[in-house]
Design a protein around this ligand. Structure first.
Ligand SMILES: CC(C)(COP(=O)(O)OP(=O)(O)OC[C@H]1O[C@@H](n2cnc3c(N)ncnc32)[C@H](O)[C@@H]1OP(=O)(O)O)[C@@H](O)C(=O)NCCC(=O)NCCS
Length: 157
């Protein structure tokens, strides 16, 4: 586990955790830049069998009252040959509290240092865009619906 304030991160290693990740990802699916399909439990288990070859997967938990641990989000690092590509999200009731910044800082910190860290965001997703700008990502390209961003410097956050 890695602790960032009251948020801790755990690598996804079991089928049960992969299912937890699926549920949160489905809650976030309309914000995704590629597939927005609903993922079934069966599809997730099949995908998870080989996922660790291509992805580092994490669950984010919030610690409240020192002990109660609640799963609030997930993060994914896609380990491409030319770059690390990030995505992730939070359950709706945990958005707007600053946790997204902690999540994407953790993901950025845990990418390979030998290649660029990139992500894609819908132009309509202002909340995510602001988090990325604050963490030091810059726009390096765009389409009519997406910004492509790359991490350019270590922000003080
Ligand atoms: C994107 C996401 C991770 C951001 O995390 P979050 O904790 O909700 O982020 P916040 O609500 O703290 O918002 C970040 C900033 O955007 C600002 N913001 C939010 N909506 C805004 C708007 N419409 N206009 C201007 N600023 C806005 C907030 O004020 C905040 O800035 P602040 O820290 O200076 O107050 C989270 O909202 C989420 O999981 N969304 C669904 C899935 C998703 O979009 N994933 C990313 C896919 S690319």
């Amino acid at each position: 586990m890695t602790e960032y304030g009251s948020i801790v991160f755990k690598k996804v290693t079991t089928d049960v955790e992969a299912e937890m990740l699926r549920r949160i990802r489905n809650e976030c699916r309309l914000f995704m830049t590629r597939s927005i399909d609903f993922i079934t439990p069966e599809q997730q288990l099949e995908w998870f069998k080989t996922a660790s070859e291509k992805y580092d997967l994490y669950l984010a938990y919030q610690i409240t009252h020192g002990a109660i641990i609640i799963n609030v989000g997930y993060g994914l690092i896609h380990k491409n040959d030319d770059a690390s590509l990030l995505t992730g999200g939070l359950l709706p009731s945990y958005r707007g509290l600053g946790i997204g910044q902690v999540l994407f800082k953790f993901l950025t910190d845990n990418c390979s240092k030998s290649k660029p860290v990139r992500l894609e965001v819908l132009k309509t997703n202002t909340k995510a865009f602001i988090v990325y700008i604050k963490l030091g990502f810059e726009v390096i390209g765009e389409t009519d619906r997406l910004y492509f961003m790359e991490h350019k410097y270590d922000s003080p956050i």
